[in-house]
Ligand binder design. Structure first.
Ligand SMILES: *Cc1c(COP(=O)(O)O)cnc(C)c1O
Length: 387
């Protein structure tokens, strides 16, 4: 059997390797504490689970869903976006529910990328932007993010011929893995750039409601003219602790959403309807759960930052996202630092290099560690003498 080149050329999924290392240590009887994976440990709120229980008893939910999602869900999303961002969307033509943002991110390239086309992809970044591009037959041109630029891409440094060939640009603020946020003025720059080069902007806003110290992340689509050039991805996963349920949405102008809908209706049959009912309950229910979550995460953030500072790492305090992004000491790679920390203290962090070349020199710590474990993890980091 010969697998296709697109399969052969796949890099190992970063977390598969980390999971393997953790499993090996645990098999030796070592109590490993992992700051590796960004998957909320806090439970899905009860009122959202209740909606699932109720919906599971309705035979209407036992059959194929429509690809475009329940009208009630699209309406609830439109209402929520108006309240949250002051944006009005037509729920029928400008909102498309997804089976998780990851699913949509992987498939959207099929709408805009033909073989040989270029997508502009941030480095470091969420790996799916590149892989989705590759699956569609396109090429990724990596746009480096750097600490000096606040982990925002320098759009003016993108070579003109690359910008002119590019069909899509990926952005993600609040950012994974760096925890950086973008000022609204940056989105204005992006709109101008996209107009000039006729590029579709895809903004991944999976962390729009995971924020601290009173910071409220903006939407790309709030920028003047953004709706003509791009679309935006939102997810229930991080906002409502719903990673296990797989539901998200894209919003944007009718033409873009229509292309996306046509592609997706040929691939999947939508989101299980009982889960769509959970999403409606999340959007229409008490939004106080978001602030409660964030307060707990903020407390964890402060403890993790303090522990890293204690061992001499340079680490900014993130205003948003689930991640602390720290510079490792000179003279060692991020993978070596992570390996030493695992060896000496049985603490897992992710090497920044796993998110791209420009991530070298940094490590990422996720705040999705239960409080008791986090306390122990922070203590161990504080004792790490290899820093
Ligand atoms: C977690 C994450 C997602 C995936 O969200 P799902 O809706 O759970 O698929 C998308 N983008 C980024 C940057 C993420 O960190």
């Amino acid at each position: 059997m010969q697998v296709a080149k697109r399969v052969e050329s796949l890099p190992p999924y970063l977390f598969v390797e980390i999971s393997r290392k953790i499993a090996a240590k645990r098999a030796e009887g070592i109590d490993v504490i992992s700051f590796g994976i960004g998957d909320p440990d806090l439970p899905t709120p009860p009122h959202i689970l209740d909606a699932l229980h109720t919906a599971s008893n309705d035979p209407a939910n036992h059959q194929y869903p429509e690809s475009e999602g329940l009208p009630e869900l699209r309406q609830a999303i439109a209402t929520w976006m108006d309240a949250r961002f002051g944006l009005n969307f037509d729920p029928e033509t400008e909102i498309l529910p997804l089976i998780g943002a990851k699913e949509g991110i992987a498939h959207i390239a099929l709408c805009f990328i033909d073989p040989g086309d270029v997508a502009l992809v941030p480095d470091p970044g969420y790996p799916v932007y590149e892989i989705g591009t590759m699956f569609a037959g396109g090429e990724s041109h990596f746009v480096p993010l750097s600490e000096e630029n606040g982990w925002l891409p320098d759009l003016s440094a993108i070579p003109l011929e690359v910008a002119d060939r590019a069909k899509m640009i990926w952005l993600n603020y609040p950012n994974n893995p760096t925890g950086a946020v973008a000022p609204a003025s940056f989105f204005d720059e992006v709109v101008a750039f996209a107009r000039k080069h006729e590029i579709v902007v895809c903004h991944d806003n999976a962390y729009c409601d995971v924020a601290y110290d009173g910071y409220v992340p903006p939407a790309f689509l709030q920028a003047q003219g953004a709706r003509e050039v791009g679309l935006e991805f939102f997810s229930f996963s991080k906002t409502f602790n719903m990673t296990g349920w797989r539901i998200a949405w894209a919003a944007g102008n009718a033409e873009l959403i229509n292309a996306f809908m046509r592609v997706k209706s040929n691939i999947d049959s939508g989101i299980p309807q009982a889960i769509q009912r959970m999403a409606i309950a999340a959007l229409e229910g008490d939004q106080g759960v978001i602030a409660t979550n964030n307060a707990q995460l903020q407390d964890r953030r402060d403890r993790v930052v303090a522990a890293l500072e204690k061992i001499g790492l340079r680490v900014p305090t993130p205003k948003a996202s689930l991640y602390v992004w720290a510079r490792v000491p000179e003279g060692r790679s991020s993978a070596e630092f992570a390996a030493d920390l695992l060896e000496q203290q049985a603490v897992v962090v992710t090497p920044g290099r796993g998110y791209g070349e420009a991530g070298e020199g940094y490590i990422r710590l996720s705040l999705t560690v239960p409080d008791a474990q986090l306390e122990e993890g922070v203590r161990r980091i504080g004792e790490f003498t290899g820093a």
